[in-house]
Design a protein. Structure first.
Length: 71
């Protein structure tokens, strides 16, 4: 018997709000919500690269936690 698992993901804006941060720019949102695979992010100094990665990590953890919940 298989069990259907619903995976709930959080948007970059929802993660920022939950962390009490400013909402990400469209470019930061693209990085945060990108598929979980290697990626090259090219952006200038002060553009938010470092600030985007914790949110991306939170999104990945959320997706992983929710995918394992039905287990």
């Amino acid at each position: 018997m298989t069990t259907a698992v619903t995976i709930q993901t959080l948007s970059a804006a929802a993660i920022a709000a939950a962390l009490g941060q400013f909402p990400p720019t469209p470019e930061q949102t693209a990085v945060i919500e990108a598929p979980l695979e290697p990626a090259l992010v090219v952006a200038g100094a002060g553009s938010g690269k470092t600030a985007s990665w914790p949110s991306a990590f939170s999104a990945a953890c959320s997706a992983s936690r929710n995918s394992n919940a039905g287990g």
